[in-house]
Structure formats: structure tokens, C-alpha cells
Write a protein that binds this ligand. Sequence first.
Ligand SMILES: [Zn+2]
Length: 287
Amino acid sequence: MRIITDDRCTGYFHPGHPERPERISATLEKLRRQTEVPITWSKPGPCAAAAILRAHTRELLVRLTVPEDFDPDTPFFPNIADYARASIGAALEALKAALAGETVFSLMRPPGHHATRNRAMGFCYLNNIAVAALEALANGTRRVAVFDFDVHHGNGTEAILLNQPGAAFFSIHQFPCYPGTGTRNVGANCFNFPVLPQTSRAEYRQVLTSALEHLQTFKPDLVAVSAGFDCYARDPLAQGSLEPEDFYWLGQSIRNLGVPTFSLLEGGYSSDLPDLILTYLRGLEGK
Ligand SMILES: [Zn+2]
């Protein structure tokens, strides 16, 4: 298992904000202490402007340097553009490792799946997974599926990949919930699987299974996973119902797709996040 991470991702915080550096630092501690999953550690790779500009406007890159909050959830931080670029650099490094046949997880922040082409929102500044998916397509991967199991709809990824040849997007998320989108399929390639708040665990698993089955009919050559752990039963930000063993099952199911995959951390705000991530990694690793 290759884990891509960097000190830069814990370099900014806003007092009281749930998307906090401890999400990563506590997970790092847990992963360094455990012996079940052998880990190779890597740093984020470079992040070329051209790769970002496939997914985002120049206006957004300029906006990231203007010291004003983006919305009440998404504060401005000095150098946030650099933190967001490092997170993309990690996504691109994860893509490279996946294509080389490795099992890989990017343990970085900020997350990305709410960032649209021209807007930072929902704790996200640049869309890591969309940039990586477009990079893969630009470099000869023919069919890329993004599988997003964060409890929130990946509205930004959907907006960027909408009707993009070779790409398909599958999102399983709570509705009603932030950001209020994802109630139906959109365009030719974006498939949404909304679940009601407090949906039973068995039913939630069934919806995830349907989404994975649908994804397989797309016959992807590569699967990029927006791994959000806020669909956990005890997450403070939503009313999901998944238990730790469901994240093991998710990892195992993604491994069983039998194609190269890479996973990027999106949400997950409970104090159990380190255990949930380790459980997911064990599933991915087949341990
Ligand atoms: Zn989320």
C-alpha cells in the first residue's frame, strides 16, 4: 500500500472548523503504529498549471489568492492555493502509482469534490479527483470512472466531468443534505444514487452495490475513488448509517473491480476517522 501525504496538508486551520488538521495527523499516527498493512510513504508529485486548467478557470486560480472567504464553510487561508495544489499533486501521484499497478491512497487535505470549474465551496478549493481523471484521459487512459462514496454529493466533480468523453461519475450520497444537488442522473455520464437521512445500513449497502454494478457496465480502464468517510453512522455532519466493516467491504469491492484504482480522501469528520481509513485500506489491500 502506497500512501501519499505531506506536512503541507496540516499547515492551515480555522478554529472550530470540522475540516481540521487532526483528521490527517491522527490518521498518520494510527497508520504508523499499525503493522497489518505494510505501507510505502510518498510525497505529492508536481502539479502543472495545464493539468489544473483542464478542470478549472483561470479566474478561480486568481480568486484563490484574494483574501476573502469563499462562503461561510470555506474560509480563505494565506497560501490556500499552494495547499490545494499540493493536494492535486498527491492525486496525480496516486494516479501514476495506480497505473503502475499499485494500491494507493492519497491522505491529504483540502478535499476537492465540491469545487466546480470556477468556484471554491464546501471545504474544497480545487477538484483533486476531476483534475486527476482528466489527466488520465489526456494521457491515453480510455475510460475513467469516478466513484464517490462521500455522504455529500460530488457536485463539483459532476459539473466538471459532465458529458466529458471517456469519463463517468457515480455518486452515492445523502439527500436532502449539503450541497442540495444529485437527485437525478445528469447528462450522458453522471449517475446519482441519493439516499434519505437515516436510511438503514442494509439499504445503504444495497444502494452502494447498485452503484458499483452500474459502474461495471461502463467498463472503466481506471477507477478514481472519492473516499469520504462521513457516511459513517457516527459522523457529526450527516445521518449516514455505515459501520467500520462497511468500509472494509467498500475497499474489497473496489479491489474486486479488477482494474487500476486510486483513492483520495474527501470528507470524514468523526474521531473514528483513522480507524475507518485503516479498515478501508485493509479492504483495498485484501487483508
Ligand atoms: Zn462530505
